[in-house]
Design a protein around this ligand. Sequence first.
Ligand code: DP6
Length: 351
Amino acid sequence: MSIHVASITAPVNIATLKYWGKRDADLNLPTNSSISVTLSQDDLRTLTSAACSAQFTEDKLWLNGEEESLGSKRTQDCLADLRQMRQQMEQADSALEPMSQWKLHIVSENNFPTAAGLASSAAGFAALVTAIAKLYSLPQDMSELSMVARKGSGSACRSLFGGFVAWEMGQLADGTDSKAVQVASREQWPEMKAVILVVSDEKKDTSSTQGMQLTVRTSDLFQERIKTVVPQRFDEMKRAIVARDFEMFAELTMKDSNSFHATCLDSYPPIFYINDTSKKVIRLCHAINAYFNRNVVAYTFDAGPNAVMYYLQENESKLLPFFYPLLSTVEGWGTKFTAETLQGFENTFNT
Ligand code: DP6
């Protein structure tokens, strides 16, 4: 039997200006534009292989070794778009094999906990879409493919680019202008570093999809966020990245994380993603910045309690001594905090 296979890895991205809210849940169109930093593939990534054959009888997916349903509307929407793109190529070139008609087998594996607020859906859908695009030899227009990944999971569209990435919310009702673009490559600001403080690797209680829909429906604060706060911050953050202005980047990143979690608290009933340990990390970062009299570190939290902290390479040796004694490395990619170690850490600042 003849089988065609393509494999790809896709990295995780962590938003510094948060996507939170859909204006169209069907097409996954956001209520605001967002910005993220794509992490190195050596750290957190999804590895996906896609295979197709005329002999396969059904589409199948294995996620982290377990067979999963491929029935979700989001996955089906991505597969339908990719098959349509392939079909157009086949119609234009009769020498191409009719892969768009064949069933797919997809095998995907994360090297980090799934659904623990570590952006697994972003890397997952980015890998799914790019693996099939490679299998089908689709033109590598990443913004075009980002619109397919967006239908799988909004944040996934940003993982198609490296470096600093914007997801432009777009204005059109059909979503054809709601896509990811690169703001700056990794090489343009190579000194930027990120460390993840794993507070918990358990699955989150409220999924991002459910959480943001509750926020859109019930939070008054959210209206202010999308009308005035985020549009201005979107321009300011892009400028800070291009100008490599860490001071400004850090302030905007921390403020936006706080604004997003404030709208979660303002939802009814409220949603709590950050916990007491997360709050200690927040206080700690502000204490470090106050100690140095400038922003040397910025925290941000997605839909979970884990902290991602950004800093510049040149400050690593100043910063990490504050962290090292209290950290233990988890499987080589993350760092784990406990409430007790943070308490000890805070005390060092208070004395
Ligand atoms: C807090 O992209 O997971 O991480 O589009 O419903 O799949 P869906 O949501 P998802 O939401 C991510 C929310 C966030 C912020 C962000 O990544 O911008």
